[in-house]
Design a protein around this ligand. Structure first.
Ligand code: MRU
Length: 343
C-alpha cells in the first residue's frame, strides 16, 4: 500500500484519518498519548490490529514525554487511559500487556533505557503485524483454493492493521499468486467500513470488487454467487467463538444455510485464551447517532430509540476454519486453538 495507516515519525504518531476516507486523505498527528487515545476512541484509526499498534506507540510516546520523578505513576496512567478506549478488540490489551512487560522487565535499568526499549517494542509490534498478515495471507490463499467470488464484511485490510490486512491479506495473497478473485464488499452499516474503506483499498489495488448493501448477502448466496466468505476478527475466544463487526453473525448463518465456507482470518494476537466463550467478550455500544444520522443528517424521526452494538459474536459451529500466521485452525476449536497458540 502506498498509503500508511500509522507511522512513528520524529516522536509524533501520524495516522491516516479513516473517518474521512475515501473522499479525503488527511493525516492526524498525535503529539501525546492522550491524543492517541482520543484517535482510537473516535475511530480515526480502527481495526483490531491497528488499534493494538496505535496503543503500543501511544505508550512509547507517553513514556518518552514523562519526567523521571513521575515515571512509575504516569506509566500506569498511560496504560489505564489507553485501555479505556475501546473494549472489544483483544489486540489493544495484548499490546498494552507487551508494553507493560518491557517496563517491568527493564525498570531496574533506569528510565532512559525503559523509554528506549518501549519505542523499540512498539516498532517491533508494528513490523510483526505486517509479517503476520503476509504469512496468514499465504495460508489463506492456499486454503481458499480456487474460490473465485469472495465475500467480506467490514474492513480487515491494510487500514485495519499495520499493513497488508488479514481478510484482505488473504485476498491480496490470492491475487499475488495469480488467482482470479472478485470481491463482494458488504457496505457494513452503520459506520460503512466496507463502502468507504474496503472498496477504497481494493480499488487502489485494482482487485475486482462490487459493493453491496448488507441485506443483499443472502440473495447473492442463493444465486450461487459466493464461493467463500472471509472476515477479520476482534477477538477469538478459547472455544472458537469470534467477535467481529456487527452483521458478521448474520452472514455466517447465511453461509451455513447455503453450504458456503466461512473463514476467519487474524493474527494469534487476536486470540484470547482467557476468554472461555463468546458470551464473555465485551461488546462495545456506540453513539446512537451513528445509526440515526448519516453524514450529519438525521435519517430517522427525532427522539426514536436506537440500539448500536458495534460487534456481534459468531459461534464456533458456523466457522469453517480460522487462519493465523501460524497456519490454519480447524474444528474442534476448543483443543486445536490451545495447541495452535502454544506451538
Ligand atoms: O469498529 P472497527 O472498525 O474497529 O471494527 C473492525 C472490525 O470489526 C474488523 O473486522 C476487525 O477489527 C478485524 S481488522 C483486521
Amino acid at each position: 500500500m502506498a498509503v500508511k495507516t500509522i507511522e512513528w515519525k520524529n516522536d509524533r504518531i501520524i495516522m491516516l484519518d479513516q473517518r474521512v476516507l475515501p473522499h479525503k486523505e488527511v493525516y492526524r498527528i498525535c503529539h501525546n498519548y492522550q491524543e492517541v487515545a482520543q484517535a482510537i476512541r473516535e475511530m480515526v484509526i480502527r481495526g483490531a490490529p491497528a488499534i493494538g499498534v496505535a496503543a503500543a506507540m501511544g505508550v512509547a510516546l507517553g513514556a518518552a514525554e514523562t519526567q523521571e520523578k513521575n515515571f512509575d505513576r504516569e506509566f500506569e496512567r498511560i496504560l489505564m487511559t489507553l485501555s479505556k478506549t475501546r473494549p472489544t478488540a483483544i489486540n489493544l490489551f495484548w499490546a498494552l500487556e507487551r508494553m507493560r512487560k518491557v517496563y517491568t522487565d527493564n525498570r531496574s535499568r533506569g528510565v532512559e533505557s525503559v523509554k528506549r526499549l518501549l519505542k523499540d517494542e512498539a516498532q517491533k509490534i508494528y513490523k510483526e503485524d505486517i509479517a503476520a498478515n503476509k504469512q496468514l495471507g499465504k495460508f489463506g490463499a492456499s486454503l481458499l483454493g480456487n474460490a473465485r467470488q469472495i465475500m467480506t464484511h467490514c474492513n480487515a485490510g491494510a487500514l485495519a492493521t499495520a499493513g497488508y490486512g488479514t481478510a484482505l491479506g488473504v485476498i491480496r495473497a490470492m491475487k499475488e499468486s495469480g488467482k482470479q478473485v472478485e470481491v463482494w464488499v458488504n457496505e457494513t452499516r452503520p459506520f460503512l467500513q466496507g463502502a468507504r474503506l474496503t472498496a477504497w483499498e481494493l480499488k487502489k489495488e485494482k482487485i475486482p470488487a462490487t459493493l453491496i448493501t448488507d441485506n443483499m448477502a443472502g440473495y447473492l448466496m442463493q444465486k450461487g454467487k459466493v464461493d467463500a466468505v472471509v472476515v477479520g476478527c476482534d477477538r477469538v475466544a478459547a472455544n472458537g467463538d469470534v467477535a467481529n463487526k456487527i452483521g458478521t453473525y448474520g452472514i455466517a448463518v447465511l453461509a451455513k444455510r447455503h453450504g458456503i465456507p466461512f473463514y476467519v482470518a487474524g493474527p494469534t494476537s487476536s486470540i484470547d485464551l482467557d476468554c472461555p466463550s463468546g458470551k464473555d467478550i465485551p461488546i462495545e455500544q456506540r453513539d446512537p447517532k451513528e445509526v440515526s444520522h448519516m453524514f450529519g443528517r438525521a435519517l430517522a424521526p427525532k427522539g426514536i430509540k436506537v440500539f448500536n452494538p458495534a460487534f456481534d459474536v459468531t459461534s464456533q459451529d458456523l466457522i469453517s476454519a480460522i487462519i493465523t500466521e501460524k497456519g490454519v485452525i480447524h474444528p474442534p476449536y476448543q483443543q486445536n486453538i490451545r495447541n495452535h497458540v502454544s506451538h
